[in-house]
Design a protein around this ligand. Structure first.
Ligand code: 13P
Length: 248
């Protein structure tokens, strides 16, 4: 049987009501009947979620996700959004620890761990992002760095987890690691999680960073890779359609 492929579209702080609805309807035109082995997850900015929520009521190939959440359910946290509302608006997946949150907002793995703990309590699915800087790659320190991110970001109570390997040097740069490099990391993530978190029964590993219609197929056929977390090419309709067509 063809392995399941997960496509997460991280729209970041892009799109509006019209363009976000358009990408969802285009997706439904391409994947118009229920396909067992495909999951498409849309992660819009918070303010788009209430409007898009109505498209994700039934279970199908399409799911709604959020780009982040706070590690408390509510309280005096100006500017943040609550997981309680995300769940009410049909979000099933929540990205946690994206490198843009870690670098721009100085989020620590400790914060990420608290967020994933709450995501687990709400029975939603965490998408943990990890990835090394170019310095750690060049110094050959990347496996140490990634293993520390894994150990520090995953709480004990986790049973189901998606981990997206997104090397910082690849995000938005057009540079992607070789197939062998992605294989090395996906094998390492699997080994590290199995060894340290035996309760995790369902682990999916994704790759993210400069994924586009020319490299997509090559990446999703790597044996331990279950899909991709896509930024720029997921908001470019032509590129996005080309990638979706490779899934069916
Ligand atoms: P790009 O696909 O634009 O490189 O972004 C990757 C990413 O950060 C997805 O979360």
């Amino acid at each position: 049987m063809k392995k399941e492929t997960i496509f997460i579209a991280n729209w970041k702080m892009n799109l509006n009501i019209h363009t976000s609805e358009k990408l969802i309807s285009v997706s439904r035109e391409i994947i118009h009947e229920n396909k067992k082995n495909i999951k498409i997850i849309f992660c819009p900015q918070f303010l788009l979620i209430p409007n898009l929520s109505r498209f994700f009521v039934r279970n199908s190939n399409f799911y709604l996700g959020a780009q982040d959440c706070h590690y408390n359910v509510n309280g005096a946290f100006t500017g943040d959004s609550s997981i309680d509302l995300l769940k009410k608006f049909n979000c099933k997946y929540i990205i946690s620890g994206h490198s843009e949150r870690r670098t721009v907002y100085k989020e620590l793995s400790d914060d990420v761990c608290k967020k994933i703990n709450l995501i687990n309590e709400f029975s939603l699915l965490p998408v943990l992002c990890i990835g090394e800087s170019i310095e750690d790659r060049k110094n050959k320190n990347y496996l140490n760095f990634l293993s520390k991110q894994i150990l520090d970001s995953i709480p004990e109570n986790t049973k189901q987890l998606l981990i997206a390997y997104e090397p910082i040097w690849s995000i938005g740069t057009g540079i992607i690691p070789s197939v062998e490099e992605i294989e090395e990391i996906s094998d390492f993530i699997k080994f590290c999680v199995n060894k340290n978190f035996p309760d995790i029964q369902d682990l999916k590993i994704l790759y993210g960073g400069s994924v586009n219609s020319s490299n997509f197929e090559k990446i999703i056929t790597i044996s331990n890779i279950n899909g991709c977390l896509v930024g720029g090419s997921s908001i470019n309709e032509e590129e996005y359609v080309k990638m979706l067509k490779k899934l069916i």
